[in-house]
Structures are given as structure tokens and as C-alpha cells.
Design a protein around this ligand. Structure first.
Ligand code: SF4
Ligand code: SF4
Length: 376
């Protein structure tokens, strides 16, 4: 029979940052919270995330006895700045499709368990962060993110991986609390551009930029376009401003070679012009929450980011894509972006497009011309 010490030693050998144990009792408070906030989380059930089912480990493994939580420190190496501007860090080296990084470690860990008579499941819908807090691995922040206790200098740049097993081990001391210092005046809440954070560790996920970038429906409403800034997929703003992350963020790190190698593929211009084969080969294997049917959303997000960059270098790309693209949502956002950049070339493009456009696209063009003129 494997001892807890044997399992901890294997986690260390596989270079997981930390490990903790908790029991397989249902997450009652989480279930109650989800049921009471169906308006905010109903979408998650609708897209098949099964969050409610995930609150009982026995729905995942009928003979569940314990949960092992591994911590992966995903920001050990530096990411190219241009990638950090447009994408949440946790998605930059995500191998859930390619299965050539973290997945190999999890596979090896489960093989070790299996070879020693322990059955395991790695559910996607178990409350991972809450499992990690219950296993004593860290605390929450007011930004709803999980912070490590012993590793990554107490930062939030860790993934908890919850593994349900059919063997019983003594649980570690739970610490389900918000661990923010008293003196921090909710910098995260103030910095959240879309007011998704409500304070006290509460969030309206539907207002979070991460959600909006990959699940937002239709043309992004005007009032969210500037606040969403240059993020195309995910958002790290509430983690970047957090003083609990300063020690880890300020340390020197070597470059992450895998992310560096694909950075050019993720240029805003490439995203704006990409076709289905490009998306399926270069983008989807790394960022897969949107399917090829959602190329319009990728392009709309890229156009918004270009507009918010205020960088005239993107005007030619925007004009070309307006001409080549037939999707109203993409064309509308391009009109907005050209108006936001607002140089001579952009305004000339808008005037020209105005003559041949109709409906919502024409309205967006007229609004862009008006707003840009008001700034002069
Ligand atoms: S990830 Fe961005 S949008 Fe979401 S809560 Fe944090 S700051 Fe707000
Ligand atoms: S910014 Fe302040 S309140 Fe927000 S998570 Fe960090 S320490 Fe906590």
C-alpha cells in the first residue's frame, strides 16, 4: 500500500511545485453558491461544463475516498511581452490539446498510482481551486484567484490539478480563506476594467474579459470595447496589479522557448487575416475554447485590440480585412477600430466604406466618423 510520503516523493520527482491531500466529501458550499447564482453561472451548464455535478467527487469516481491536489507553477519561465499584452498567461503554454507538457507529468503521476493499485480520475469540472484550498495549499484573493502558500513566492501563477482517488489518506489542514493583506485596498477590484469583480472574493463571470473574449455573444457592446483593451483571449489585469504577485513577477526568468517559437503566429495581423486551415494548425491546438466556427470572434477581438493600441501601423490590415470579410460583427469592429486610431488613412477608409455599406455596419462607420471628429 502506497504511503502518503511515497506519493509526495513521486510528485516531487515529477517536478510538481506542491502537493496536498483532502477528503472526498461533497463541496456543499460550492453547490449552494452555484444554485443561488444560476443567472451568473447558468451558461456554464449550457456549454456542458457540468459544474454542479463536479461538486460531488462521487459523481466522478463512485468509490472516491480522497482528493490529491498537485500544484503546477506555470510562470517559471518568461513569456514574450507581446504575448502577455494580448493573452492571459495561463493560456500561453496550455497543452490540454497537444498533450506534450503538463499532461505528460499528470499521466506519469496517474500511472504511478495505478501501478500501485490506486484508481484515479482527473475531472475538469471539480472545483480545482477550492480543492487546493481544502488541501491546505494556499488561499484565495479578492480577485477570486488562488494563491500558493509554499511555492512560486506565494503568487497566483499556479494551476491546481485535482485528482480523485479510491484510496484514503489523512487530509491536510484546510485553509479556505481570503489571504489578502489588510493594507491592500482592493487594487484588483479597482483595476478590473469591466467591473466583473465585486469585492469580497465575488465575481460576475459574465462581465470578466476572459469570458467575454471566448464566449461573448455577438458584436462586443460599445461600452465594453475600450475597457477590454488589448486582450484577445483571457485577461491578467487583476493578477498584474496584485501586490501578492509582485515578488514572483519581479524575479528574473529565462525565456519560455515553446511560447517564443509560436509568438509570431499569434501576431494581431495574423489573427485578423487567418483562414480556417491556419486557425486549425497554428491557433486552435494552443487556445481551443473557440472552434473554427468562431473565427469571426477571434477577428473581432484582434480588430478591437488593434483599435485600442492606437497604433497607425494596423490601419492597412484593418482596411484590407474590411474589404475581404463579409461578417457584420468583424466589419463593425473594424470600423470602430479605424475610428479609434483616427489618422488620415483610417478616416479616408471609413469615408469610402460608408458609401457601400448598410445596416449595422453603416451605423458603426458613421458612429466611428462622428466620435473621431469629436476628438479633433
Ligand atoms: S481577469 Fe480581467 S476582467 Fe476578469 S476579473 Fe480579472 S481584471 Fe476583471
Ligand atoms: S490586489 Fe489586493 S485585494 Fe486584490 S487579490 Fe491582490 S492583495 Fe488581494
Amino acid at each position: 500500500m502506497l504511503t502518503k510520503q511515497n506519493i509526495i516523493a513521486e510528485a516531487k520527482r515529477l517536478k510538481f511545485a506542491d502537493i496536498g491531500f483532502t477528503d472526498a466529501q461533497p463541496f456543499v458550499s460550492q453547490k449552494e453558491y452555484l444554485l443561488a447564482h444560476q443567472e451568473e453561472y447558468g451558461w456554464a451548464e449550457a456549454v456542458g461544463l457540468g459544474l454542479l455535478a463536479g461538486t460531488d467527487p462521487k459523481n466522478i469516481l463512485p468509490n472516491a475516498k480522497s482528493i490529491i491536489v498537485l500544484l503546477e507553477s506555470y510562470f517559471e519561465e518568461a513569456f514574450p511581452l507581446k504575448m502577455e499584452r494580448n493573452f492571459g498567461r495561463c493560456y500561453l503554454d496550455d497543452d490540454r490539446v497537444t498533450k506534450d507538457g503538463l499532461s505528460l507529468k499528470i499521466k506519469a503521476f496517474r500511472k504511478f498510482l495505478r501501478e500501485n493499485g490506486v484508481d484515479s480520475k482527473v475531472p475538469f469540472n471539480l472545483p480545482h481551486r477550492l480543492s487546493a484550498a481544502r488541501a491546505g495549499l494556499g488561499t484565495f484573493g479578492n480577485n477570486c484567484v488562488f494563491y500558493a502558500r509554499r511555492v512560486a513566492r506565494g503568487s497566483s501563477f499556479v494551476f491546481p490539478i485535482a485528482i480523485v482517488i479510491d484510496a484514503e489518506y489523512p487530509r491536510d489542514e484546510p485553509d479556505i480563506a481570503i489571504g489578502c493583506p489588510q493594507w491592500c485596498r482592493n487594487a484588483c477590484v479597482a483595476a478590473c476594467p469591466t467591473r466583473a469583480l465585486k469585492g469580497g472574493g465575488k465575481i460576475d463571470p459574465r462581465r470578466c474579459i476572459s469570458f467575454l473574449t471566448y464566449y461573448g455573444e455577438g458584436l462586443t457592446p460599445l461600452e465594453l470595447r475600450e475597457p477590454m483593451g488589448m486582450y484577445v483571449y483571457g485577461c491578467d489585469r487583476c493578477q498584474n496589479v496584485c501586490p501578492r504577485n509582485t515578488p514572483w513577477m519581479s524575479g528574473e526568468k529565462p525565456q519560455n522557448p515553446r511560447v517564443l517559437a509560436k509568438a509570431t503566429d499569434f501576431d494581431l495581423s495574423c489573427l485578423l487575416h487567418m483562414d480556417k486551415p491556419y486557425f486549425e494548425k497554428k491557433i486552435w491546438p494552443h487556445m481551443f475554447y473557440m472552434s473554427a466556427d468562431d473565427l469571426w470572434r477571434w477577428k473581432m477581438n484582434a480588430a478591437r485590440a488593434m483599435g485600442n493600441s492606437l497604433n497607425p501601423v494596423y490601419v492597412a490590415d484593418l482596411i484590407r480585412t474590411f474589404k475581404e470579410n463579409s461578417d457584420e460583427r468583424v466589419k463593425s469592429m473594424i470600423a470602430w477600430a479605424l475610428g479609434r486610431i483616427g489618422n488620415k488613412e483610417a478616416m479616408a477608409g471609413l469615408e469610402k466604406f460608408s458609401q457601400d455599406s448598410k445596416g449595422i455596419v453603416k451605423e458603426e462607420i458613421e458612429q466611428a466618423i462622428k466620435s473621431s471628429a469629436a476628438k479633433l
